[in-house]
Design a protein around this ligand. Structure first.
Ligand SMILES: [Zn+2]
Length: 140
């Protein structure tokens, strides 16, 4: 039901309307980036290491732009960025809930940012090119 999450009774849920409600673009942008990865079929496994298949549990996982997948502490290579358990839990919420049903709390900002960073990295990895809009976002 991926596409259904974007709409209810044929009324599209606007990603751009959310900032007015929450006063923050952080969550909608993270949600949009996550769903782009998911609908692109590029989402890696969130529960196991792509290197050694060990369960990630509640420990941080690591990723970079050079290979798909999340890696455990042992398989982590230098330069990889962390995706904490909280960020992976937020991804599960994104997968199952409409954006306008998710209450944005200021404390969610760092984990939403982490998930957004990972999502944008996976998009770039799969498109094999750098997103120009990402550079613009990083300047704000
Ligand atoms: Zn591993």
């Amino acid at each position: 039901m991926p596409a259904a999450a974007y709409e209810t009774q044929n009324k599209p849920v606007s990603v751009t309307a959310a900032p007015k409600r929450t006063g923050d673009w952080n969550l909608p942008l993270s949600y949009f980036a996550f769903w782009t990865v998911r609908l692109g079929g590029w989402l890696p496994r969130f529960d196991r290491c792509a290197g050694c298949d060990a369960p990630l549990g509640s420990k941080p996982a690591f990723y970079d732009a050079h290979q798909p997948g999340l890696f455990c502490e042992k398989c982590r290579r230098s330069g990889m960025k962390p995706l904490r358990h909280e960020a992976r839990l937020l991804a599960e919420r994104f997968a199952g809930e409409r954006l306008d049903r998710i209450e944005f709390e200021k404390s969610m900002q760092p984990i939403a940012g982490e998930l957004r960073e990972a999502s944008l990295t996976w998009i770039e990895h799969n498109l094999e090119r750098r997103l120009i809009t990402r550079e613009l976002l990083e300047q704000t």
